[in-house]
Design a binder for this molecule. Structure first.
Ligand code: CMP
Length: 142
């Protein structure tokens, strides 16, 4: 069933020049890039996007990381896009992904549990919220 998910190439991905390689994998894996924009998140928007993690010890560091440079935000379309993109990016902790999922995108361009290069919505419900967050409620960001 055709579905949409939200993908982000995070600041470490853009600074590390991984944008073209990641987009190549996306297209070769049969996704369509339905929308895309490069934006600079401010603290408020990064904290709001990751609100579900606000009680975690890594939250302040996560907000700092996600505001450390521009991000590329994309809406991807495909059958079962949510689970398909999550499979392609691999486990959250990129240092573990390098061992257990060496072909994954996070193994290719991520570093550790925080600096993991890319984001993917974890459910169709999250995808809907996250797509709205970036493409309906942030007009100033493009
Ligand atoms: P993401 O999939 O975008 O969702 C939440 C983010 O929080 C995650 O990627 C990482 O960037 C970060 N994160 C998750 N777990 C940890 C952790 N244990 N330590 C530091 N950062 C984390």
């Amino acid at each position: 069933r055709s579905e949409r998910t939200l993908a982000i190439i995070k600041p470490d991905g853009l600074f590390g020049n991984h944008m073209d390689a990641v987009k190549k994998i996306i297209l070769e894996s049969g996704f369509r890039i339905l929308k895309e924009k490069i934006i600079q998140l401010d603290e408020e928007s990064a904290a709001s996007f990751y609100a579900e993690h606000s009680a975690r010890s890594f939250f302040p560091s996560l907000v700092q990381y996600m505001t450390s440079g521009p991000v590329l935000v994309m809406v991807l379309g495909k059958d079962d896009a949510v689970s398909s993109w999550r499979t392609l990016i691999g486990p959250t902790d990129a240092s573990k992904a390098k061992i257990t999922h060496p072909q994954s995108i996070r193994a290719m361009c991520g570093t550790d549990a925080e600096k993991n290069c890319v984001h993917g919505s974890d459910s169709p419900q999250s995808a809907q919220r996250e797509i709205s967050f970036f493409f309906h409620s942030m007009p100033s960001a493009g």
